[in-house]
Design a protein around this ligand. Structure first.
Ligand SMILES: [Cu+2]
Length: 373
């Protein structure tokens, strides 16, 4: 089958309302198992999922370690459910020299996950999103970058009253744009975003051109944290100093990595909702920056690079052909202090991939496993 037609077929099915399979790897709730095994298993499952998707056409977005939010159909309306709630996640406890211990972090997220599950739709879709507030504080949800009616913009005190604890609010709007967007609270933002609340909102183009199609489509969300010694709670008053740096709610070596075969076209969508800028670097490849978080850039405005700064509330979408050299090519923030956990240099024994003895870094540091077959 013509791969372009196959991909378009998939997008049609996506818009027709087939639920997207959840990514293996589960929520970001704590795991005290050996992370190397966890990561390897997640990678295998993710590879299986992607290969199955390829048979049917294009791939859906994979947010490594984070589920894609399922939906129900009410006529043509895609109905999603988000519950804002406290979520205990686990970061490396660097007081443990074996690297095995994890410390609980009392974060806030959605549906038991930090970051929240990824919403994935197609341009032209109408969505209804029921938001239940399971937090002790009021909250709202803002749809960052989407052209919604003012009453759906989620800004407390401006476009709606905040949702009290225990109550709900329903957002409904039609999305007539494509690109990589995200959702986050717009009530007590410094606190609630700082507690971890955010998630991807990804919109596929209704009629993609062949150059907008890829074989692997990944998404990573950047966050920073200040977790004081002995405290499980993020310090959301901190403005300058942070000691944990996460991608999809986990610092390395717990970040679920990517994979691709040589010759496959890979897309990585990176969103940053932290208080810092992150220069994101990929080894062994040159990527094309195809999006600044508002849909595809015209080709003449796309640039090539191997490192690009992503400032707060920005998105950069990077595309490249995997290879020609196989290997585990690391993908990380190049502020080296952002590749540490709690100001400690790793490696952590037993945490590496590919048979190596240990992961060389913490923080915002993962890789893409490029293989021959
Ligand atoms: Cu950084």
């Amino acid at each position: 089958m013509d791969p372009t037609l196959a991909r378009r077929g998939f997008l049609s099915r996506l818009s027709a309302g087939l639920a997207i399979p959840a990514l293996a790897g589960g929520s970001s709730c704590g795991r005290s198992t050996v992370f190397a095994k966890t990561s390897a298993r997640a990678t295998e499952q993710e590879r299986d999922k992607q290969e199955q998707s390829q048979l049917a056409g294009p791939v859906s977005v994979v947010t490594p370690g984070i589920e894609t939010l399922p939906f129900e159909l009410d006529g043509a309306i895609k109905v999603f459910r988000l519950r804002a709630e406290p979520v205990t996640i686990r970061f490396q406890d660097m007081s443990d020299s074996t690297g095995a211990r994890r410390r609980p972090i009392e974060a806030w997220g959605y549906n038991g996950s930090v970051i929240g599950p990824t919403i994935e739709i197609t341009e032209g879709d109408r969505v209804r999103i029921h938001v239940e507030n399971g937090l002790p504080d009021p909250t709202t949800v803002h749809w960052h970058g989407l052209h919604v009616p003012i009453g759906m913009d989620g800004v407390a005190g401006i476009s709606q009253e905040p949702i009290p604890p225990g109550e709900s609010f329903t957002y409904e709007f039609t999305v007539n744009q494509h690109g990589t967007y995200f959702y986050h609270p717009h009530f007590m933002g410094a606190k609630q975003v700082g507690m971890g609340m955010a998630g991807f909102f990804i919109v596929h183009p209704r009629n993609p051109t062949p150059d907008q199609l890829v074989d692997r489509d990944y998404a990573y969300f950047l966050q920073v944290w200040m977790i004081h010694p002995g405290s499980p709670q993020p310090d959301t008053l901190e403005m300058n100093n942070f000691n944990y740096f996460s991608m999809n709610g986990k610092p390395a070596p717990s970040i679920v990595p990517m994979s691709a075969k040589i010759g496959e076209k890979v897309r990585i969508r990176v969103a940053n909702l932290s208080m810092l800028t992150h220069p994101i670097h990929l080894h062994g490849h040159t990527y094309r920056v195809t999006e600044y978080g508002a849909g595809f850039l015209p080709p003449a405005q796309q640039i090539i690079a191997n490192t690009i700064n992503i400032s707060s509330a920005e998105v950069r979408t990077l595309e490249f052909v995997a290879g020609p050299n196989p290997g585990q090519w690391v993908f990380h923030c190049h502020f080296m202090h952002h590749t540490m956990n709690d100001m400690h240099r790793t490696p952590i024994p037993g945490s590496g991939g590919g048979g190596h003895s240990g992961h060389d870094a913490g923080g915002m540091h993962t890789w893409i496993d490029v293989t021959e077959t």
